[in-house]
Structure formats: C-alpha cells, structure tokens
Design a protein around this ligand. Structure first.
Ligand code: SF4
Ligand code: SF4
Length: 293
C-alpha cells in the first residue's frame, strides 16, 4: 500500500475551502518563503521538535535515547540534532509534550479512515477535504492515490498549492480535484527568487493552464509587510490573474507570526521576526484592488 509523510491533520477547518473541512498537511516543500508559518513542513522527512518552555528537565528523554542526542549542560537541555534518527522513542517518554515528532508515515487507507470520521460535518456544510503542505504535489504518487480514494467516497476535494512542480503532476490529479487554492506571492521572477528561493515561471504558467482549462481556481496571496504589501505588487498579481479570466477570485491572507515557536523548536532562525501583521487599513486598501475586474 502506497504511503506518504503527513505532518498534521486538522479537523473543523473553515478557511481552506467551502464548508467545514479536514485539512491534511503533506511534508516537503520546494520553496523557502522566509515568512512560512509551517517550518516543520519544509523537509521531506520526520523531524524532532523541542519546545524548551515545556521542559521540566526530568531526563526521561536522555534515558530513552540510544543516540545521545539529549544532554543537560549547566542546567540547559541541549540537542545534538545531527545524531537524531527520528525514531520517536524520546517523544513517547516526554510527559509534558516538550518533544514532538513532525511527520508521520500514513497509508492511503489511514488518511481516508481519519478524514471520514467527520463526513457528517462535510455533508451538513457542503465541506470536504483539503490537501495542503508544504507542497502537496511533491508527494504526487501518494497524493494521486489518496485523492482517488477521496472521490470513491464522494468527498469534495481542494488542493492548496504554490504550483512549483511539473505540469504533469497537475495532470495526474485533475480528475479528482474540485477546487485549487493557488498561492501567488509576487509576479517579478527576480524578486520571487530572492524572497522565496525559486523562480516563479513554472508557478505562473501552471496557474494559467489551470484557469484556461476551466478548473475551479481561487488565487490566494499572502500579504507580507515590506515584500508585497503595496498597491503595485497586488495590482500586478490581480492584473495577471484577471487577464486570464476576470471571474477568477483573488483573496488576500494577512501575514501572522503564529509559527514563531515552531522555528525555535526546530533550531531554525526566524527571519520574519522583525515583521508585524499588516494593518486593517492596509488590508482594506489592498482588497479594493483585488475586487476590481
Ligand atoms: S522528557 Fe521532556 S520534560 Fe523530560 S527532560 Fe526530556 S524534553 Fe524535558
Ligand atoms: S527521536 Fe530517537 S534518536 Fe532522536 S532524540 Fe529522540 S530517541 Fe533519540
């Protein structure tokens, strides 16, 4: 049975497509947006997260780890992460949940069993299931199989994507997808590479093909202070989308810092530390631009 690496399954979601939904987050991403609020999504492998503020220094993890990853030095709990095999033994011993494992290997049937638990909510709200990431289309064999199973169960399926994959990956899932939530961050390819880590030629060409192919697409733009929170950037994205199809919605999602503690738990630098969420006034002004046809 084919399997994939899932890092979260969130129930009762209301912002990832119509109605009440379950959102399944697949691990691994080909972009590196410095403001990403899911840093545990980036690598396509399991990773140990350590939330130091929850640690009571009981040393249970030190006793359970055969690799010597955890040490207590001068009253400070340290991790030698390069030695970690992501076996999870220490996680199960940690009573305070200071340790957790980002990423679990799941079969198609295990994912379907989980999402079907809320099928009554989907029915009463015209909701369904959303697959997000990371970049969900990178695990294309697993995604194709799990989407086919969703359709066998008559579920409404949405995909959140930034589209930085081969078009062939989209072709494989088109028969099963009811809605694409397509993330566009900026139009300028040089700026895109500077802030996101990759050229956006493929991202823009894929969304154009989806829209021209009469797939159901909502474009979503994360509004990042000092990067794209100005009229010119939002106008450029809106113009790009509306020139393909003026009926395609463009929605704005304000930057937030809710992922900050996760960076610390993975020992990663949080480069968006200095940013603040855009003001309501800014969001209202930019929303006027995206609502024009
Ligand atoms: S088991 Fe948990 S609480 Fe105890 S020392 Fe390890 S991380 Fe801290
Ligand atoms: S996940 Fe396994 S190898 Fe990694 S620190 Fe915990 S017990 Fe050690």
């Amino acid at each position: 049975m084919i399997s994939g690496i899932v890092f979260d399954i969130q129930k009762l979601c209301v912002h990832d497509g119509p109605g009440i939904r379950t959102t399944v987050f697949l691990k691994g991403c080909s972009l590196r947006c410095f403001w990403c609020h899911n840093p545990e999504s980036l690598k396509h492998k399991r990773e140990l997260m350590f939330f130091s503020e929850k640690c009571i220094q009981c040393k249970q993890c030190m006793a359970s780890c055969t690799e010597g990853v955890h040490t207590l030095e001068n009253g400070v709990h340290k991790l030698e992460r390069t030695k970690c095999k992501a076996c999870g033994a220490c996680v199960s011993q940690c009573m305070t949940k200071a340790l957790s494992m980002a990423g679990v290997t799941m079969t198609v049937n295990e994912v379907i069993d989980e999402v079907m638990k809320d099928v009554e909510f989907y029915k009463m709200s015209n909701g369904g299931v959303t697959f997000s990431g990371g970049e969900a289309l990178l695990q294309i064999d697993f995604l194709e199989a799990v989407l086919a199973a969703c359709k066998q169960n008559n579920l409404h399926v949405a995909i959140e994507t930034a589209g930085n994959v081969e078009w062939q990956n989209f072709e494989r899932i088109l028969p099963y997808v009811d809605l694409f939530l397509y993330d566009i961050k900026m139009i300028d390819p040089i700026k895109h590479k500077q802030y996101v880590g990759a050229d956006n030629t493929r991202c823009l060409s894929n969304v154009e093909r989806l829209i021209k192919g009469e797939n159901n697409v909502i474009v979503r733009v994360p509004v990042i202070p000092s990067i794209n929170d100005n009229d010119n950037e939002i106008e450029a994205i809106t113009h790009f989308v509306k020139s393909i199809n003026k009926e395609t919605p463009v929605e704005l999602l304000p930057f937030h810092k809710m992922g900050q503690t996760k960076y610390e738990s993975l020992a990663l630098d949080y480069e968006a530390q200095h940013l603040e969420a855009p003001s309501q006034e800014t969001m209202e002004r930019l929303n006027v631009i995206t609502s024009k046809k």
